[in-house]
Design a binder for this molecule. Structure first.
Ligand code: ADP
Ligand code: MG
Length: 744
């Protein structure tokens, strides 16, 4: 059969039509038969199980009861209340729609199977709009277990509430549901529950209908689904065939079959993800020559000797790793991870000096003007002993200065340039760029990186070092940066004091202000940060302005000076305010985003985070890293409203409990899902995962990565016939690595 069935428009699936097709498309992104079968249930209910009414609790998931109708009562013509009973007790079923039809069908004395989600109401338990089935369905099933266990463990997927489960999928049920001739697809008693929305339900696409549609789609496409993994991989990894997996993920024959199906699909997804990342890396390391930098060089040594401190062991280790890369003859592509204040900038400077000592130029790109300036200030200091000429280039560099810098870069007299993405503009040319250091990777996309490559001398790409202070869980790093080597600085320079983190509710604001005043009286400075969340920018600025007014009132001039920095200011305004705080002329800095406070002010000892419940863990952690850099005891105060949701409460608790960025990042990923790790402005993943979860399937991911490495070791270009299918699959859209990071 041709591939056309998989790609067939969903409206042509029996039971769909143009109206439902539009819904499926807009609500679930399902446009073809193929899309539909790749939409997996996010959990399952076991409909072989009948629960005695007396054992039902409101916190149970879906339950199935077998009960007789005792009586029903229409309440004001708006609601139908039906009392049903089994031998263990009575309960109420409630209907808001189809009252007439339902009350006729549920005649007193008749027995049915009811299925739905119990809820507690006024101390009583009821089920709203249960599904109603004739009892012969239950009789078709072999077992009648007393208590319904939890449905199969939740699968990854968006947790949109299920629309209720579908029909029993035994042969008898299929016939009862009227889907035409059974095809032997489903024999089990577990039923998939799919993500749903109000609009889908209102459009008639209930859980039951979804099951029917999935069945129809599977019938149509399964015969043409080919095995998407080579036979040897199926065998070596003990996987089930793809058709079996797809059938059982929708209509599990039993628990074991479901587990096998899930494993197969997860493994496949993670395997291809890793294969595609690793393949890029392989191709590059074979094809991309790197500029050889055989020596450490004079510049490095001069600077190193002049350092006022010893490097930490972690810094030394990382420099050794970088050193190996630089002299290998291959291009370095390394990610340097380390908490705020762990000394990454130091490592960057020393790396730049190696490049310079080998006769090349280096650049450091920062995501914002303020950060570029700060880097430049810090770095210039270190470069002095080495006598290297450095320059700063940003969007606000004046024309004359710009010309001078351009000349210096072209004639090679500037050894190190620090800047924003002004550096990648076309008119910036280097004599011989040998190293590009990028601070905060997620703001520079692959495209931007490759623009830098082209600036290099003789067409050999410069070495790349990417630095990030956002600790990323290992499984995510492997995926986000799967094509990079990773170094970690997991040790802070000695002498850093822990930051005392506290949670304070709005009712404690006066106490907070008193505390801030005490700290200011001791000569310290205070950050006050407001969340800036994309969707409601206007509202956020209103918050910020109100907050600023409140602080300006509580901390009046001339005794206190308050500076404010936010994204709507001009660069000059920002710089003016920032400088005032950095130089100690302002006691308090009120600011919006994380980036703008990405500055080093050792005298600042208090970080107040307003509406802390609106920040993710990683952001909170980043912000906290801005204090505790000096010799004084530091504090981070998480302000929230008086009421805090369970999830926010948990985040705040975590923050108060640990300062370890990696621990927090792991937790954050578990709580929010990997896609949302870095806040609301981006979803970090290079491809979207359909079934696997980086947070939960770390072990499968490791295994998949190891296995992908083995496959590539044996056959780096996947040229052997047995790997043809791998090559074919990698060409597919879904495995193409996105340029995940947008330049800001
Ligand atoms: P990061 O860039 O990782 O946030 P920085 O490189 O800015 O960290 O370092 C933070 C502070 O620690 C800086 O003031 C820096 O001079 C200092 N520092 C860096 N390495 C060491 C070290 N090995 N010992 C003592 N202080 C250090
Ligand atoms: Mg830094």
């Amino acid at each position: 059969m041709s591939r056309s069935t998989l790609d067939s428009d969903i409206q042509y699936l029996p039971g769909v039509g143009p109206k439902r097709a539009a819904l499926l498309r807009s609500e679930l992104g399902v446009g073809t038969f193929g899309d539909l079968i790749r939409l997996y249930p996010f959990r399952y209910t076991d409909r072989s199980t009948i629960v005695p009414i007396a054992s039902i609790r409101p916190d149970m998931a879906y339950v199935q009861i077998r009960a007789k109708v005792i009586r029903s009562e229409s309440i004001a013509g708006k609601r139908l209340s039906v009392i049903v009973a089994d031998s263990s007790g009575e309960m109420e079923l409630v209907f808001f729609k189809g009252l007439k039809w339902t009350s006729e069908k549920l005649a007193p004395g008749k027995e049915f199977i009811f299925f739905g989600k119990p809820t507690g109401f006024n101390g009583r338990i009821n089920i709203v709009h249960p599904e109603i089935d004739p009892i012969h369905i239950a009789e078709g099933n072999a077992k009648t277990v007393e208590i319904q266990g939890n449905p199969a463990s939740a699968m990854s997927g968006t947790g949109v509430a299920g629309a209720g489960a579908g029909t029993v999928t035994g042969a008898g049920a299929t016939a009862a549901a009227g889907t035409g001739p059974g095809t032997g697809i489903a024999t089990g008693t577990m039923t998939g529950v799919y993500s749903s929305t109000e609009r889908l339900r209102n459009g008639g696409i209930t859980g039951k209908v979804m099951n029917r549609l999935e069945e129809a789609a599977l019938n149509a496409v399964l015969p043409e689904i080919y095995e998407s993994l080579p036979a040897y991989i199926i065998k070596e990894k003990g996987l089930v065939p793809i058709r079996y997996a797809l059938r059982n993920i929708h209509f599990p024959e039993n628990m074991t079959a479901l587990e096998k199906a899930k494993y197969r699909l997860k493994f496949e997804e993670l395997f291809y993800l890793q294969l595609s990342l690793l393949k890029q890396k392989y191709v590059r390391s074979r094809n991309e020559n790197g500029i050889p930098m055989p020596k450490v060089g004079e510049a490095f040594n001069l600077c190193y000797k002049a350092l006022p401190f010893d490097l930490t062991d972690a810094q030394k280790r990382v420099i050794r790793e970088i050193r190996e890369d630089l002299r290998s003859g291959h291009q370095m592509n390394r990610l340097l991870q380390g908490d705020v204040g762990s000394g990454k900038t130091m490592v960057a400077v020393l790396t730049a000096l190696i490049a310079i000592g080998n006769g090349y130029q280096a650049c450091i790109m920062a995501p914002t003007e303020v950060l570029a300036q700060q880097h430049f200030r810090n770095i210039s200091k270190y470069l002095e002993p080495a006598g290297v000429r450095a320059a700063l280039l940003t969007g606000s560099s004046k024309a004359a200065e710009r010309r001078e810098i351009h000349t210096g870069l072209e004639d090679g007299s500037i050894g190190l340039i620090v800047g924003t993405h002004a550096l990648i503009e076309d008119d910036v040319l280097f004599r011989n760029l040998g190293l590009a250091i990028i601070d905060e990777q997620h703001r520079f996309g692959v495209e931007q990186r490759s623009k830098l490559w082209k600036k290099s001398a003789g067409g050999i790409p410069p070495h790349i070092l990417v630095m990030t202070a956002t600790p990323i869980p290992r499984t995510l790093a492997m995926t986000l940066y799967g094509d990079l080597d990773v170094s970690v600085i997991d040790e802070l320079p000695p002498g850093r004091k822990p930051v005392l983190t506290m949670h304070a509710k709005e009712s404690k604001r006066n106490a907070l202000f008193r505390f801030m005043k005490d700290q200011i009286a001791l000569g310290r400075q205070v950050f006050v940060v407001y969340p800036l969340i994309f969707e409601s920018e206007t509202l956020d600025y209103k918050n910020l302005e109100q907050g600023f007014d409140q602080i300006a009132t509580a901390f009046p001039l001339p005794k206190y000076k308050v500076a404010i920095v936010h994204g709507k200011q001009s660069n000059d305004e920002k710089k003016f305010n920032m400088d005032a705080f950095v130089a100690g002329r302002a006691d308090i800095l009120v600011a919006t985003s994380v980036i703008e406070v990405g500055v080093d002010v050792p005298n600042a000892s208090v970080m107040v985070i307003e509406s802390a419940e609106r920040f993710g863990l990683s952001q909170l952690h980043q912000l906290r890293g801005r204090v505790g850099r000096g010799s004084e005891k530091s504090y981070c105060i998480l302000m929230t409203g008086n009421k805090v949701s369970k999830e926010s409460g948990r985040r705040i608790e975590m923050m108060c409990a640990t300062e370890n960025g990696f621990e927090l990042a792991e937790e954050d990923m578990k709580m929010r899902g990997p896609g949302d790790l870095e806040g609301t402005q981006q979803s970090g993943l290079p491809i979207s995962l359909n079934i696997a979860s980086l947070a939960r399937d770390g072990e499968i991911l490791n295994d998949a990565r190891r296995y992908a490495t083995t496959v590539l070791d044996r056959d780096p270009s996947l040229a052997s016939p047995e790997n043809a299918v791998l090559k074919e699959e990698l060409r597919k859209e879904k495995y193409r690595i996105r340029d995940y990071s947008k330049i800001s």
